[in-house]
Write a protein that binds this ligand. Structure first.
Ligand code: ATP
Ligand code: MG
Length: 254
């Protein structure tokens, strides 16, 4: 279970998170939606311990990451997670199979001789075959995205955080990835947080949808409730309407 309580985070004088509360129960898929730059990736990075909140607490299975100081404790905490970065974040100098199995070296119980086989299996799950020996530069953007998904699930973590897993993929591949997220939940009991702008995928995979707006969770509800929400902000966002209470800033410095 992931419990985010009163998380505040500023970058300089930009106040991004102003008291975020969110509970992700075991075996739940929590989808986070919200405008570009609203702080969705920042929340995910706080949860995994890449960004330290200014205030508030984040507990996973009762362990509060904001209180951990020792490298060993932080490493143990992070081992529970698979993380699919928005930008993919593959290592250019490594082969695809080395990328996919990169996190396994921190798990002592899997022998290195099995790495290639594991990479092959995980790549097959995301629809990729015979690319183990290639380098990231030889792949298309969508293929790289899928390799980073395969890496996130390689160690079969309890929690998987996906940051825009379907962005940049064609509609069929988006559907395949959405199905994969649903399957992982069903088969392995994975608990997930997913940031997405893809509402079709959100409705398909979510047990709950949380909308981040002006530094707080504006709504947290089941997909059906979000879809039919009477809240003018939520309605405007999920329907993608240009008119409504949400004023989009075209220029960041306005
Ligand atoms: N390490 C950082 N240093 C300074 N500013 C940062 C840092 N990380 C994020 N920000 C700022 O915080 C804000 C929120 O960023 P974040 O990446 O969380 O947004 P997002 O909701 O994921 O947006 P998008 O949908 O475009 O991915 C942005 O204004 C961004 O410039
Ligand atoms: Mg983001």
């Amino acid at each position: 279970m992931i419990e985010v309580r009163g998380v505040v985070k500023s970058f300089g004088d930009r106040h991004i998170l102003k008291g975020v509360d969110l509970t992700v129960d075991d075996n739940e898929t929590m989808v986070i939606i919200g405008g570009s730059g609203s702080g969705k990736s920042t929340i995910m990075k706080c949860v995994i311990g890449l960004v330290r909140p200014d205030e508030g607490s984040i507990s996973v299975d009762g362990v509060d990451i904001t209180k951990l100081r020792g490298d060993q404790d932080v490493a143990e905490y992070r081992r529970k997670f698979g993380y699919c970065f928005q930008e993919g974040a593959l290592f250019d100098s490594m082969t695809i199979w080395e990328n996919v199995t990169f996190g396994l070296r921190y798990l002592t119980d899997i022998p290195e001789t099995k790495y290639r086989k594991i990479a092959r299996e995980k790549l097959a799950l995301v629809g990729l075959k015979d690319i183990e020996d290639m380098k990231p530069a030889q792949l298309s953007g969508g293929m790289k995205k899928r390799v980073s998904l395969a890496r996130a699930i390689a160690a079969e973590p309890k929690y998987v955080l996906y940051d825009e897993p379907t962005t940049g993929l064609d509609p069929i591949m988006s559907e395949i990835i959405s199905d994969m997220i649903v399957d992982l939940k069903k088969q392995l009991g994975v608990t997930s947080m997913v940031v997405t702008h893809d509402m079709k995928s959100a409705y398909k995979i979510a047990s709950k949808i949380a909308m981040l707006f002006e530094g707080k969770m504006k709504a947290v509800a089941a997909p059906d409730e979000i879809k039919s929400s009477k809240d003018a902000y939520v309605h405007q966002f999920v329907e993608g309407l240009s008119h409504g209470p949400i004023q989009m800033k075209i220029r960041d410095f306005d």
